[in-house]
Design a protein around this ligand. Structure first.
Ligand SMILES: NC(=O)c1ccc[n+]([C@@H]2O[C@H](COP(=O)([O-])OP(=O)(O)OC[C@H]3O[C@@H](n4cnc5c(N)ncnc54)[C@H](O)[C@@H]3O)[C@@H](O)[C@H]2O)c1
Length: 438
């Protein structure tokens, strides 16, 4: 395949070297003549393990050309990988000036071309950039239509500096964001042999995944470092702690707890986080990331309250009250917080939770209701139909399949359904649907 690569920094130079190594004819484009000269002479423009030898090898192969002429590079190739820098502007916004300038040149290149072309954006860019900013420039400058005369895709790059050739050859997965099948097939030809799953999705999803991955990595590093600071103060070995934490592949290093939904609560997470913060304070250890967790959780609860209040409905039915589906534990349940807020606002409230029947509740949970929220205890009904019939708005706070199945028969067209937990199989349910996570 004839490939042009725009921006010969870490991402572009490594891609150029690896694609040429794999037998492709590659045209490298950069505005920095010094980088082009290095590549012409078989030298690497970036310091990366293995790049010195690989650049020598591919320069000698005759499969690598470099130029500053972007339009010509488009005309002479079938597919372009765009890897120019997207640094921070002084206000934290993404500086897209290099991308935007380049898009004009790419469009002009496509104007003079008889055959179709695939533009693959690999620079990290804020969601919406490809479809809202770059594609319109390409269409204007080329006088052609995206999706027919040329194609665009976003393929996030997951290589890490320091191990970029190894990462190129063994990515965690290959994600292609595209709005048609053509660029997906072309990229499957180019990268489908790599280990890791090949996944196609929408362009915006792919753009967002890249940010989410980087944010998650930053979060992990900071979490480990904060944990180490606390361990240090306690005289505990942070490496032993984090090593054991990571060995749990069921709850810790796994998809568990990573599904968007409602706020956390219950008898463990809130109190243990509070105790951790207290412990840190008594040892003069700052844990800003840990401190932000409960703040963020509160924002999530407030958002749910806002969604309900914004509807203006006054007769509320809460389906679910315990802190998660399948338990009767009400301690620090965010749904109890919601219920108290609604009562405080003078709304009419009834509650149904298949696990929370006052007559059946024992021990700590019964005491909790009697001592802390007796007013809510009085609003709990055993009959789902009664709660649904009396309500204008239903807050769906549990994922219990039997309850959801019953709701399908009980909901009315005039109901508003506020779904906090992404209930399963909601097809067939009547009423206006408002999702918390949508
Ligand atoms: N560095 C990484 O490890 C890494 C990993 C994944 C994704 N990314 C993303 O990939 C993109 C590139 O990162 P990088 O570290 O390789 O950047 P870089 O700064 O090392 O290189 C960018 C190159 O683009 C060139 N350039 C600028 N304008 C150009 C134009 N109009 N035409 C051609 N070339 C032009 C620059 O001269 C420079 O050589 C960024 O969006 C970055 O966020 C980087």
């Amino acid at each position: 395949m004839k490939i042009s690569i725009f921006g010969l920094g870490y991402v572009g130079a490594v891609s150029l070297a690896c694609l040429a190594r794999d037998g492709h004819a590659v045209v490298g484009v950069d505005i920095d003549e010094a980088k082009l000269e290095l590549i012409r002479n078989g030298r690497t423009p970036v310091v990366e393990e293995g790049m010195v030898a690989l650049m020598q090898e591919v320069a000698a192969s005759g499969r690598v050309l470099v130029t500053q002429d972007a339009a010509r590079a488009v005309r002479d190739t079938d597919i372009s990988l765009i890897c120019v820098g997207t640094p921070s502007a002084s206000n934290g916004a993404q500086d897209q000036s290099a991308l935007v300038r380049l898009a004009h040149d790419l469009g002009r290149g496509a104007r003079g071309k008889d055959t179709s072309h695939v533009f693959v954006f690999r620079s990290t860019m804020v969601p919406g950039t490809v479809e809202d900013i770059l594609t319109p420039i390409l269409e204007r400058e080329s006088g052609k239509a995206s999706g027919t005369d040329f194609h665009v895709a976003f393929q996030p790059e997951f290589l890490r500096e320091g191990s970029s050739i190894r990462d190129y050859d063994k990515p965690p997965f290959t994600i292609v964001g595209a709005s048609s099948d053509v660029p997906v097939q072309v990229l499957r030809q180019l990268f489908g042999h790599l280990p890791g799953e090949f996944i196609s999705t929408s362009i915006r999803t792919a753009e967002t995944v890249k940010y989410t991955c980087n944010n998650f990595h930053a979060l992990k590093i900071t979490f480990a470092n904060e944990t180490a600071r606390l361990c240090n103060a306690l005289g505990v070995d942070p490496f032993a702690v984090m090593d054991l934490v990571c060995r749990d592949r069921q709850l810790n290093i796994s998809p568990a707890y990573l599904r968007p939904g409602f706020a956390y609560g219950g008898s463990c997470l809130p109190k243990d986080l509070r105790a951790t913060m207290h412990l840190a304070r008594t040892h003069d250890v700052e844990l800003p990331l840990h401190a932000a967790i409960s703040l963020s959780n509160r924002v999530h609860v407030e958002r749910a309250i806002g969604k309900v209040l914004d509807t203006g409905k006054r007769r509320i039915g809460m389906i679910g009250l315990s802190f998660k589906t399948g338990t009767d534990d009400l301690r620090e349940s965010p749904l109890v917080q919601l219920a108290e807020h609604f009562l405080g606002k003078g709304l009419e409230l009834l509650v149904y939770d298949p696990e929370v029947h006052l007559s059946r509740l024992l021990g700590a949970n019964r005491r909790f209701i009697e001592q802390h929220v007796p007013h809510i205890g009085a609003l709990i009904r055993h009959d789902l139909a009664e709660v649904v019939a009396a309500s204008e708005l239903l807050v769906l706070g549990l994922r219990d399949r039997d309850t959801v199945a019953s709701l399908r028969n009980l909901t009315r067209d005039d109901h508003v359904l506020v779904d906090l937990v992404d209930i399963p199989d909601r097809a067939g349910m009547r009423g206006d649907y408002i999702g918390l996570c949508w």
